[in-house]
Design a protein around this ligand. Sequence first.
Ligand SMILES: Cc1cc2nc3c(=O)[nH]c(=O)nc-3n(C[C@H](O)[C@H](O)[C@H](O)COP(=O)(O)OP(=O)(O)OC[C@H]3O[C@@H](n4cnc5c(N)ncnc54)[C@H](O)[C@@H]3O)c2cc1C
Length: 575
Amino acid sequence: MPTFPGPDDDCHLGFGQVFRNLGVTLYLSLMQDPLKKYDVIIAGSGIYGTSMASILAKSGLKVLIIERGKHPRFALGEALLPQSAIWPFIIGERFGIPEIGHLSHADRIVDNITPSCGLKHSIGFAHHTEGVPLEASKLHQLVPPHLPFYSESHLYREEVDQFLLDAAIQYGADYVEETPITNVHIGASGVMVSCPLNEYHGEYYVDASGRGSKLVEQQGYRIGAPEAMTHSRTLFAHVEGLQPFDHLIASPSQGRQWHEGTFHHVFDGGWMWVIPFDNFARSSSRKASIGLMLDPRKHPENSDLSPEEEFRAFISRFPDIERHLEGIEVTMPFKRTGRLQYASRQSVGDRHFTAPGTFGFVDPLYSNGLIHTFESVYFGARHLLSAFGKEEGPVAPGDFSTAAFARMELLHRTQWKHSDATISKAYASMAEFSSWNAWTQYWLAQILFGDLWLQRACFRYFEDGNVAHFDAFLDEIRPGEKAPFAQDKESLLEDLGALLEIRGNGVVDTGEAMLARLAQESWLPRHVYDWGASESRHVDFSRDEVVGALLGWGFEASPDHLRQGLFDFKLPATA
Ligand SMILES: Cc1cc2nc3c(=O)[nH]c(=O)nc-3n(C[C@H](O)[C@H](O)[C@H](O)COP(=O)(O)OP(=O)(O)OC[C@H]3O[C@@H](n4cnc5c(N)ncnc54)[C@H](O)[C@@H]3O)c2cc1C
């Protein structure tokens, strides 16, 4: 039976750490044998490709990862949420890969991977009006419950990705780098992947190479994003010298320092992420990640300026954002992109599927990217391991057909649609504070219950050690879709969305109407956090009395469907 591990329960010494300490670059100039037939060829050595490779290689499959670039390399996807911290724990336990499990806790990251990451105790939002100093009444701070088996972090991806790659190699995966994929042939009896110097042969192809995927281009899967409701572009960089926002403003009832979490400046038509890596006694970093997300229909690109000049010109319109970033020094040149949204017609075909980040992307608000990545790694690994006869699972051995992997298609579509629905409404709500306030309260409700759905599976696993509690997620289109609160959440989303759509009709005050709609919800524990009250802006679920009130309500006083279908676990003694 599993124990309820805390941060000190270090299951494994990180291989990458050991090899780097020895000064050995394991895979330097490694050229794989082109005559070898692989079971699975994986395009891309980001978190998706290397996590999948570790799982498959550990079970004895012959795996090749092909990477266009070279590690260590910069990557985005730095802020975790509870769900993207819990998933690595689940994957680590389910497939016996502690290296992935290390991502589930800030202390495990420092102990095993790198001291260059930050931690995330909270998520903070400050709503700004152009030209006006920030008001303390326009801040939100949401602190999730703190449980011993996970904590959220700010991942310094250069080092995290290198570590995960080293782990995949140690589990037996072959790796080639600086090797762009130039052609992918999917045949009836196997796949052939061409690169400038070699061709590689395999049974199955997993494409985790992202937006520029060769396979997606060749198959004609890419559709841009004509139906995306979200519309955004970005300007981002890594910096040093970032001052904690706490020096500028405090709000009386906030539970944590702003700098201890991911901070978001929000305004009409956009938002900015602030992700410190230095915010933790155990971190040796001096860096932070900052990035502006702008709706180009409201804030078109100014290509007369360099990306950094445009960034600085933009923030000078908001006095307290400018003050927050006073004194920063850029450690990598600012990057500027065009519209970020993209999608695909298809994610699965015979002998191949694409990862969520290859299938499409919406916008990084609410850090869905790594949640989707890990959900898909779990689903994809269970499909592949059963298709290769390594485990019983959703696919019959030897079946690599489109139909056998159809759930992956549904998963990736549902993830994308969910992101687009919530993030486009978030942008709409940013136009003024009261609708943003109501929207943020909605977001808190749905994320809190989504987190509980994953925590419930972990608690049940701690009770009896049965990994079937995790495999139950495979019966849902996407984890949470069959949860007892799913319908409540969906109706609320629809109603709030409808109110946002009629904004400005002169009849309804959108923000007030959204708050009133939230206040009607009987499935939300109002005594814990007064959903719908305009002053409900900070909540700290890391405080024993607050989480105790939530659980007490859940076990005894919540509506029947929640008590029977969500709060049906026993709390481990150590929780
Ligand atoms: C602006 C922005 C901010 C984000 N912030 C967050 C966040 O805070 N939190 C979060 O959870 N998510 C965030 N995301 C999403 C996150 O970045 C992705 O979900 C995650 O990185 C996907 O991982 P991956 O392994 O699928 O892809 P990647 O990490 O992109 O890896 C793809 C790999 O494929 C390689 N490759 C590409 N083409 C080829 C080729 N032809 N041949 C071989 N190799 C190739 C690339 O070099 C790369 O190493 C953000 C995304 C963006 C755009």
